[in-house]
Design a protein around this ligand. Structure first.
Ligand code: DX5
Ligand code: ZN
Length: 217
């Protein structure tokens, strides 16, 4: 069974035509819409936030999950708001200031599911104590902050997380984010990742549907 999923990062979308970009993604068969929130403190960039997500939630197909990636220093403070704005999955960074377990509990009190992201230098083992409470772990394959960066091979980390999940009978998604294209997708899937975030590769593709199928294959 192939349970690979594609999450399109709208950081690479044409912001002036976001609705038609979302319709293209739906037509191309993308499974999730990846929404990168940056606060200019946790990372050196500022993107978009709650009001934009609320508007997207009004028009997006119910089949497309809203996959929110919080690159902010105090995610705990905003969990309820992101749930209310329509998030289906809330990913926060283990390196953030918020208490990890408290943030997981806050997400569990909403309709969204919880996920933890690890920056490239953060070891796999740091997420093990929390994995039984998570539906997904996000292994960053670039330093968070910008789209269009070069892929960093995190195969060892992905394998360790997949092995820990298997050994403990945990059904968990492993998401990868940063520099994913037709070639790097092979590498991460072989290591055990099954949710592929893609921004620049998808939006630059001549045939987006084909690109989605290649990533998911
Ligand atoms: C980077 C973001 C990514 C980014 C991916 O910090 O978290 O989601 O948009 O973009 P590409 O696929 O272009 O690397
Ligand atoms: Zn992201």
């Amino acid at each position: 069974m192939n349970n690979n999923l594609v999450s399109a990062s709208i950081l690479s979308a044409d912001m002036l035509n976001l609705e038609s970009e979302i319709r293209e993604l739906e037509k191309a068969g993308v499974n999730m819409l990846h929404f990168d929130v940056m606060d200019g403190v946790f990372v050196n960039n500022i993107t978009f936030g709650l009001p934009v997500l609320e508007q997207i939630n009004k028009i997006v197909s119910p089949y497309m999950e809203l996959d929110v990636h919080l690159m902010i220093s105090d995610p705990l403070k905003y969990i309820r708001e992101f749930d209310r704005a329509g998030a289906d999955i809330i990913t926060f960074h283990i390196e953030s200031e918020s208490d990890t377990m408290e943030t997981i509990r806050a997400i569990q009190q909403t309709e969204a599911v919880a996920s933890i992201a690890l920056k490239p230098d953060t070891p796999a083992e740091s997420v093990f104590p929390y994995m039984e409470y998570l539906s997904m772990v996000l292994v960053m394959t670039v330093e968070p902050g910008f789209g269009g960066q070069k892929f960093m091979d995190m195969s060892d980390k992905i394998r360790k997380i997949r092995r820990y999940a298997d050994e403990n009978c945990l059904e968990i998604d492993i998401q990868v984010d940063g520099g994913i294209n037709d070639k790097t997708a092979e590498t991460v899937k072989k290591a055990g990742a099954n949710v592929l975030v893609s921004g620049s590769y998808l939006f630059k593709a001549d045939d987006m549907k084909k690109a989605v199928e290649t990533l998911r294959a």
